[in-house]
Design a protein around this ligand. Structure first.
Ligand code: OGA
Ligand code: NI
Length: 353
């Protein structure tokens, strides 16, 4: 893996703050990747499913709802998810304050492509690639042995404590969801957790995304189309500004987030483990000229050093194994070289028949 970026890193936030009237060429996407803003009335009414988790946990009908959301959308919003609402607001607010710090302060945490940990502005190390209109901060969270306190921001003063508190709550939510996903696939509640490598061995990381105002949002993307490489993602969206779009056939559905909801999406590893029953669906982020946007993506991932392939019970005569097994560290390093690339990475594991 490369240890430095192929080109000097430019903070998109600083670029935006200079008041550039046009988007520099390296952020201008080819025409077929540019976002479509004027959706028709009927498309505008379609929404990703919203699940009240009080109706899901431990309820057979709930398992059916989860299953259909994961098969059809790969995404759903959760209300009554159990994570404290004021904690959600505080941790997002603390990250907002972090991004408001002077560039020199943030640059103390500048990241490199070997671990991605820290403050950065690009995904992938392909030279001359078109870049996304965003900055981010990436932190390893689990297993706790890989936590590196010197990589965690020290400003604003309360941020470290808030990240820890939020991380603990979301980790518990992911454990509960893992059981639910397992049961919704017709497996024993602990089957999926075992397949991910077991509690205490699974990985998790947090990426806080910062999408600055953009003078020409129609030419670029805050985050290019991708599916998440890991297991389950829990997204805490901005409370005021939308931007996340989920692929539905040939169109993109802009998610209207419900107040205090968390958004779940299935990552490539669950698609692989479920033998393609559950889908890691492509998504992207659009930006706008009036408001900056902050989101926190908590990635819950398999243990890095075991092969991840379709769960045996989900391989049948009618549904032979679709994917060849791969270790998550290997998979992740491929993604880290290429950056966001739709579903190309998971599709490359398809067994031909
Ligand atoms: C991600 C992601 C969506 C968002 O970080 O992988 O898809 O709304 N983020 O920021
Ligand atoms: Ni994503």
């Amino acid at each position: 893996m490369a240890t430095c970026w192929p080109e000097p890193i430019v903070s998109v936030q600083s670029l935006s703050q200079t008041g550039v009237p046009t988007v520099p060429n390296r952020y201008v996407k080819p025409a077929h990747q540019r976002p479509v803003f004027n959706t028709t009335q009927s498309e505008a009414e379609i929404e990703i499913p919203v699940l009240d988790m009080d109706d899901v946990w431990g309820k057979p009908e709930g398992l059916r709802l989860v299953r259909s959301a994961c098969e059809e959308w790969g995404f759903f919003q959760m209300v009554n998810h159990g994570v404290n609402h004021s904690l959600m607001e505080s941790v997002r607010g603390a990250w907002r304050e972090f991004f408001e710090l002077p560039l020199d302060e943030k640059r103390k945490y500048a990241n490199s492509p070997d671990t991605y940990e820290g403050y950065g502005s690009r995904l992938g190390v392909v030279k001359d690639a078109k870049l996304d209109w965003s900055d981010y901060f990436f932190l390893n969270y689990l297993p706790s042995s890989i936590r590196n306190p010197s990589k965690w921001p020290s400003q604003p003063p309360k941020i470290r404590e808030l990240i820890k508190e939020y991380g603990e709550e979301v980790k518990k939510l992911c454990e509960r969801l893992t059981e639910t996903l397992s049961e919704s696939l017709g497996l024993e509640p602990d089957h999926l957790m075992k397949a991910l490598g077991g509690e205490g061995k699974v990985g998790a990381s947090l990426r806080t995304n910062f999408y600055p105002k953009c003078p020409q949002p129609q030419l670029t993307l805050g985050l290019s189309s991708h599916s998440d490489p890991g297991g389950i993602t829990i997204l805490l969206p901005d409370e005021k500004v939308s931007g996340l779009q989920v692929r539905r056939g040939d169109s993109w559905i802009t998610v209207k987030s419900v107040p205090n909801a968390l958004i779940v999406n299935i990552g490539d590893q669950i698609q692989i483990l479920s033998n393609g029953i559950y889908k890691s669906v492509e998504h992207q982020v659009i930006v706008n000229s009036g408001m900056e946007r902050v989101s926190l993506a908590f990635f819950y991932n398999p243990r890095i050093d075991i092969p991840i392939g379709p769960i045996e019970e989900l391989v049948t005569e009618n549904r032979p194994a679709l994917y060849k097994p791969i270790r998550f560290d290997e998979y992740r390093s491929l993604i880290r070289q290429k950056g966001p690339c739709g579903k190309n990475q998971v599709d490359s594991l398809l067994l031909s028949r």
